[in-house]
Design a protein around this ligand. Sequence first.
Ligand code: ARG
Length: 599
Amino acid sequence: MPSVQRLLDERVAAAMRAAFPEAADLPAIVVPAQDPRFGDYQANGAMALAKRLKRKPREVAEAVLARLDVSDLAEPPEIAGPGFINIRLRPDWVAGEIGKVNRIEPDQPEDRLGVPRAERPETVVVDYSAPNLAKEMHVGHLRSTIIGDALVRMLEFVSHRVIRQNHVGDWGTQVGMLVAYLDHALDEGSLAPANVIKDMLKDLEDNYRKAKALFDTNEAFANAARDEVVRLQSGDQETVGVWKTWRKLSLYHCQQVYGKLGVGLGDGDIRGESAYNDDLPKVLEDLRAKGLLTESEGAQCVFLNDADRKPLFVAKDGSPLPLIVQKSDEGYLYATTDLAAIRYRVNELHANRILYVVDARQSLHFQMLFACARKAGFAPPDVELVHVAFGTMMGPDGRPFKTREGGTVKLMDLLDEAEKRAYELVSAKSPDLPETEKRDIAHKVGIGAVKYADLAQSRTSDYVFSWEKMLSLDGNTAPYMQYAYARVRSIFRKGGHEAEEHRQDAAPIAVEAPAEIALAKMILRFPEALDRTLEDYRPNVLAAYLYDLAQAFTAFYDACPVIQSEGPTRANRLKLCDLTARVIARGLGLLGIETAERM
Ligand code: ARG
């Protein structure tokens, strides 16, 4: 079943082609209507069509309308304003469709709620989380981890083959620095050999800070760190051994954070920078063979130009900006590793699409990387490369989120605090719940609140982190949505379990009262919300839809008695309640947020 929006889009596009075959390439542009008084959907294509044909938009809209047949699903469409076509769905059609949505096929237990599987499933590589292992995971890693996780869930739900890639920073100068620091601290006695692993684990961040301070001030130490990098690169057994232990410890820490977040990234998804080490000279050789390498100040560079041989990227002073792939000291760079990773993902993983869920501040890096990968033929034209960029999480003062002392906020501490605050909320609201249930709800609400506050924002903008806002029970927040779910579920505890027993039933669910009709139409929009979310990888579109759904449910529940009604009305209303709960749970689930049966 395609979404209603797509169905209407096809119908209007067909009418446009029939009326004006000379402009058959123009789109119908069917969108949800802004104001329900004028209908449910609106087709905006007549305006561009009129412009192309140099005719009056209203006239063009009328000609399209004459060819448009939607009588099976909608009231007669109307023209409004300069030439919009307004379409209102017929309640009897809605009743039939929503009945079909209700049915769960017995042979496929997954509740699809009207969401179709992709016609052409693709292999989609999603590069997300990717912390640099030298430091403990901090709030800066939150957005990539949870936006990436939500996208993975949605892409899998529509049946793409998703391959997660955790491109962790586990190589380079920082690593040499830490290996050298370990030696230094053991010699100096500030780390005890017996406790070294425990000490390292206890505070990765602290060790990193101390190592960095030494690196910046102590020439001998800086040299030792550089030597370690060289030894690492040449496969020196002792150094590699230390590196391996340190890497394991850091990854163990990441796994704890993923576990708490409920993010499905495992050891098998890790392919860090170190994995591409042996490929780097080959990447360089390849670029050289293709004649793309230029030496500039001792470094190996790729200059990227457009079709007119004008530089694609320029520095502030106007001089061409190259992608540097090897430094003058022969060391490789972040970009070199990323070129190797693209080759691996295209050739070995057979990606059709590669998504990079990475901070917007790296956007120049990705533009240059993609341009270079295209030019070198590492990424053929039919492989899509997308930088799914996101803004910065700000503190209440409008500056990047920091601890009161100005340090980075450890992700684990933040998540612990979220659970603690949610526990207080739950205890105040439902003091009589058993302790274990309170803890379970606090976990779901606390983690859910942190995730939802992030995912409900347009990902490209910066946003202000606020405990009060994210844990509020009013407004577009996780607790509000989770509470909406629990409220619907409570209806079933009061009786009316039969609706759940009717989940294999595809009979029409008659809707009559305006609030019933509005709710049913909203439920039908779930596939469309998911479509629009994935079009541009914007989880906030799904979040906004879920919020609208919860509000439509509230309006319905205020206007239409459920348990107190009788006969078919009661049965149908219970089904609407059941469907609402299922869509909310599924929608939140796709965002990586859990629900509780009561709160
Ligand atoms: N480790 C990098 C950082 O923390 C992010 C890596 C993103 N992925 C990539 N393929 N470059 O900035």
